[in-house]
Design a protein around this ligand. Sequence first.
Ligand SMILES: O=P(O)(O)OC[C@H]1O[C@H](OP(=O)(O)OP(=O)(O)O)[C@H](O)[C@@H]1O
Length: 237
Amino acid sequence: MNRAEKAALQLQAVAVLGMLKETRTYDELADLTGLPAGDLNRYVNGHVLPGTDRAREVIDGVGHETLTAELEERIELDGEGYVDNSGIVFDQPFLDLLAPVAAESFGFERPDVVLTAATDGITLASAMARYFDARCAYAKKSKETAIEEFIEARDRLDSGIELTYYLPASALSAGDTVLVVDDLIRSGETQELLLDIAAGADAHVGGVFALIAAGDEGIERARDRTDAPVGALSRLD
Ligand SMILES: O=P(O)(O)OC[C@H]1O[C@H](OP(=O)(O)OP(=O)(O)O)[C@H](O)[C@@H]1O
């Protein structure tokens, strides 16, 4: 880890502690993290940065547990079981906190590009790209007017409707490592099209990640398509 990566990790741990402190006293935060209240006070107030080992413990340990719980609390389901996750994907600071937890949990290869599908995956992809210091790209269901060359992926859905995603060809190069991310994975059709786009560019897939998996179908479909790690932080039945 170079100096800049260490500093980024330390600042991420401070951000996680700051979020946890919003609803807790320092003594409660000390109980939760196992760290002395005095140290926590100095971290949260920005006087001292936690060492890298401690920073990693905060992110991997208490960070993982509490952020996943917070993620699950923010998922709303309507009467028919459809997911409303606007409380998650509209909250960029929350996604910025989730990104290191997501990145560290599944052993994804460091990507050159974080790839998603418009619309709802974009803020997560942005957070993940910032964490990895990677580019962020999103495929859309329509072609941008001023762009001439696209990588396209098309599928006929079970409903008979054809779904096509377009990515500007300049967004991915042969040999790029791509992390495919999305807010939600249900059937896995969207992820499969994104994997088709990566294959169309001769890019290398470093992982597939979703915040929420609705059932197992989508995750299994993605696993059939790649040997890279595939995972979701939260699973709904
Ligand atoms: O696993 P799947 O069955 O493909 O479903 C997951 C996709 O569905 C949602 O996007 P949607 O197509 O609703 O577009 P949006 O992001 O613009 O709402 C979500 O953001 C995923 O991209």
